[in-house]
Design a protein around this ligand. Structure first.
Ligand code: E4P
Length: 223
């Protein structure tokens, strides 16, 4: 299973790349607005230098021509750019056009398995069902992940299910068990996955016992 980082923060991306677990990055206009400081394009280019994996760049246009113009410009930034296109009638047409041009797409804002199926048919390389935002409105977001993974598997569709809007470590475990090909996570959730109180206390205990043993040995040598 591939792990993407859901951020436009270069420091977070560098950190996770150093951990050796970074397979790609997803960004969106909201994530970009949280970092700012440089153009979206400059940040995308910087991210693409850090990871050779897919880097999703989201269009904001709502019409086909606008999506195509923005997406083609993103695709020229680096070979690993994937154009993120929202699910809509216009989005489907744009994804289909991008596919015929050899530009990879990530269909975003998917909330039903049917939307995912249509995006796959239109040629999206990645399908992004949003788990957390469904949970937010009292629906089980993980059901869409399970359904879409099954549909992609049963019909051997050439696309990957990317579990998005992951808000906590339990979401990650459930997405992995559901067979999601990829999950994109905020840095905080990745950190939560690393840590466990018993791991922390175990490290302290081993260090304490090690020091005690060395002190005892030094005292014995000093006798
Ligand atoms: C990633 O592709 C999505 O844009 C992101 O996971 C959305 O997450 P959110 O619902 O927490 O904003």
């Amino acid at each position: 299973m591939k792990i993407f980082l859901d951020t436009a923060d270069i420091d977070e991306i560098r950190t996770v790349a150093r951990w050796g677990i970074l397979d790609g990055v997803t960004t969106n206009p909201t994530l970009y607005s949280k970092v700012g400081g440089a153009s979206y394009e400059a940040i995308l280019q910087e991210i693409c230098k850090i990871t050779p994996g897919p880097v999703s760049a989201e269009v904001v246009a709502e019409d086909v021509d606008g999506m195509l113009t923005e997406g083609r410009a993103f695709a020229k930034l680096a070979p690993n750019i994937v154009v993120k296109v929202p699910m809509s009638e216009e989005g489907l047409e744009a994804m289909s056009r991008f596919a015929s041009e050899g530009i990879k797409t990530n269909c975003t804002l998917i909330f039903t398995a049917n939307q995912g199926l249509l995006a796959a048919k239109a040629g999206a390389s990645l399908l992004s069902p949003f788990v957390g935002r469904l949970d937010d409105i009292n629906q089980d977001g993980m059901i869409v992940i399970r359904e879409l993974v099954d549909i992609v598997t049963i019909h051997e569709l050439e696309t990957e299910v990317l579990a998005a809007s992951i808000r906590n470590p339990l979401h990650m475990t459930q997405a992995a068990l559901a067979g999601a090909h990829i999950a994109t996570l905020p840095f905080k959730v990745l950190q939560q996955m690393v840590h466990h109180p018993l791991t922390t206390s175990g490290i302290v205990q081993f260090r304490t016992d090690w020091e005690k043993a060395r002190e005892a040995l030094a005292a014995k040598k000093g006798d």
